[in-house]
Design a binder for this molecule. Structure first.
Ligand code: ATP
Ligand code: MG
Length: 577
């Protein structure tokens, strides 16, 4: 029975409520996937602001991607309403950028400084040839020279947004005091993926004993290849407790996301190398009719793609009901899934091609959700530079992007070093890619350029579009879908090996297993695992054994899916309608 009168916390279970309403001080929420960590986080912020005397201005919520920040803000808005505006919800990079802008002079920049693009980095190292400069960029001994050259041009590199911020704060106790007074309540989702610089920044922004709420799951740590260290998570209570204030730890144990068979399979899959031995993860969903996890051993990559098409087709209810724009006829959706419920997850981006092709050929609408930076696409940086020159212009950002595109396109073919190598098609493609972000920025040029610089994504992924979503396992973190296909579950691909016979440490394989675990636990109702007997890898067609991670799962939880029945001619005709 729910308690009456807890208002905002009514929609939380008892443990979640303990976490959301905990008093100030360091708080670690550690729990498995789907246990409502992110839900508890938003409710905690809302509760503190609405029921206690915390000002929204004092709250800083930090995430790792811009999209996660946007989604957190949206969830918060539902609970808190318009005052959400006053809460700072930011990525680590955007946080660094805003602190640096406020204190630019102290690190040798002007408040208008720009974030260096690749061309700037190479130019900063001239007179080195491009090849030498590229090598130098990776050489630690060159970093100081590079930093000087960038500062002289009023530039900071993306990495420096955090290192310069840490340097700035380390050198100025007065500034530290100022920011600590501003953000008295700090929240970090996915804390298991914090890297050393981000950790330093948090230490500076939050004193031991302070109101830092860290949330995460060590078993979902998947960014050690980028320098993240799960040890920061494991050390949290030692790091932030003081003799007066002990860090509080809340463990959530009920998984609300996945059906019981999916959850059982996931728990077994992670067990061999779990970083939280003995933890509980109980299904809140005890539907006895829940289907087992589907397993499809495909003969080839094409066969695997065909399996995805066929199964999507079954779940959504037949191709013949579908109209051209991907909207589904209401007859088809009664009691069935819609495309937006379905996600296809893979280890590497290169796996998307065959699946996208097969789905598109069958008339199934798709959209990719990626982490690729918009700024890295041809033409985008050139247009951004042009926009900056025309900063005095008025009008919507989208209109200005188009204008800047015209200017840049006009220069294509000329020997202008900025646009050398760009075709007009690149430029217009860049304009199209930039437009959705421009529309969101409205008329705020700084916001637009800041979003670009701090890693706005390349895709126009839209949560409301009725399309099948394709994404990498890394990009799937924190998300959930009623139906998940996890494709390419083969030894060498998941776990990924850089080249045939490459040696892998136990840690590397454990991280790949965590990635597998992340993938399995995105599924709510249906999960399909597939692997292909052969795949083109490392320059040739290879035999691919299934991933060894599968052997940890009780075969009783897996239901082998059949191969395609030979198509009858009639069937074929139907498909062409
Ligand atoms: P991940 O580790 O994958 O990020 P998470 O722990 O952050 O997962 P959430 O995304 O917050 O989990 O929640 C998972 C799902 O369970 C969501 O759909 C959420 O709305 C639902 N949920 C969480 N708590 C409850 C609850 N007390 N009652 C009903 N549904 C809940
Ligand atoms: Mg979450």
């Amino acid at each position: 029975m729910e308690e009456v009168g807890t208002g905002l916390l009514d929609r939380l279970d008892a443990l979640q409520r303990v976490a959301a309403s905990a008093p100030g001080g360091p708080l670690l929420i550690v729990a498995g996937p789907g246990t409502g960590k992110t839900r508890t986080l938003t409710h905690r912020i809302a509760y503190l602001c609405a029921e206690l005397d915390v000002y929204p201005e004092e709250c800083l919520a930090i995430t790792f991607t811009r999209r996660a920040a946007e989604e957190l803000r949206e969830r918060l808005e539902v609970l808190l309403g318009p005052v959400t505006e006053a809460v700072t919800v930011s990525t680590f990079h955007a946080l660094g950028l805003s602190i640096l802008r406020e204190n630019a002079e102290a690190v040798g920049l002007t408040p208008q400084f720009r974030i260096a693009e690749e061309a700037d980095l190479l130019a900063a190292l001239a007179p080195l040839s491009e090849r030498e400069a590229r090598k130098a960029l990776l050489d630690p001994a060159m970093q100081e020279t590079l930093a000087k050259a960038l500062r002289a041009r009023d530039l900071a590199s993306l990495d420096e947004l955090l290192t310069l911020t840490v340097q700035l704060l380390s050198e100025s106790p007065a500034l530290v005091d100022r920011y600590r007074a501003r953000w008295q309540w700090i929240f970090v989702d996915e804390y298991q993926d914090v890297d050393p610089v981000q950790y330093e920044l948090l230490r500076l922004l939050c004193p031991p004993g302070g109101n830092l709420c860290a949330i995460g799951d060590p078993d979902q740590a998947i960014y050690s290849f980028r320098g993240a260290e799960v040890s920061f998570f494991l050390r949290f209570t030692t790091d932030f407790s003081t003799p007066e204030v002990d860090a509080r730890v809340v463990r959530l144990t009920r998984n609300y996301r996945s059906s019981a068979p999916i959850l059982a399979a996931a728990v077994q899959a992670i067990a061999p190398t779990t970083l939280v031995p003995g933890r509980r993860l109980d299904p809140a969903r005890l539907d006895l009719e829940a289907p087992m996890v589907g397993l499809y051993p495909a003969g080839s990559v094409a066969d695997e793609a065909d399996f995805v098409v066929r199964t999507v087709d079954e779940l959504v209810g037949g191709l013949s009901h579908r109209s051209h724009d991907g909207r589904v006829d209401s007859r088809a959706t009664v009691g069935a899934m819609s495309f937006a419920d379905i996600a296809v997850l893979y280890r590497t981006d290169s796996q998307a091609g065959p699946i996208v092709d097969a789905l598109s050929r069958a008339g199934i609408p798709v959209q990719k959700r990626s982490h690729d930076r918009l700024l890295d696409r041809p033409g985008v940086a050139a247009i951004a530079r042009e926009l900056r020159f025309a900063a005095g212009l008025g009008g919507s950002i989208a209109a200005r992007v188009r204008l800047a595109g015209q200017v840049v396109a006009g220069r294509c073919g000329q020997l202008d070093s900025d646009v050398l190598g760009l075709s007009e098609a690149d430029v217009w493609n860049a304009v199209d890619l930039m437009t959705p972000l421009a529309l969101r920025a409205g008329s705020d040029l700084d916001e637009f350029l800041g979003a670009l610089a701090t890693g706005a994504e390349v895709d126009g992924w839209d949560s409301r579009a009725d399309r099948v979503t394709l994404l990498t396992l890394h990009a799937s973190k924190g998300l959930e879908f009623p139906v998940v296909f996890l494709v390419g579950c083969e030894d060498g691909l998941l776990p990924l090996r850089a080249f045939a016979g490459a040696r892998q440490s136990e840690d590397d394989v454990a991280e790949e297993r965590r990635l597998f675990f992340v993938g399995l636990t995105r599924a709510q109702d249906r999960l399909f695992i597939s692997h292909s007997r052969t795949r083109f890898r490392h320059g040739s067609e290879r035999e691919m054994p299934p991933t060894p991670f599968l052997s940890a799962i009780d075969p009783g939880l897996l239901e082998r899916r059949g191969a395609a029945a030979p198509r009858k001619p009639k069937d074929r005709q139907l498909r062409l309608i």
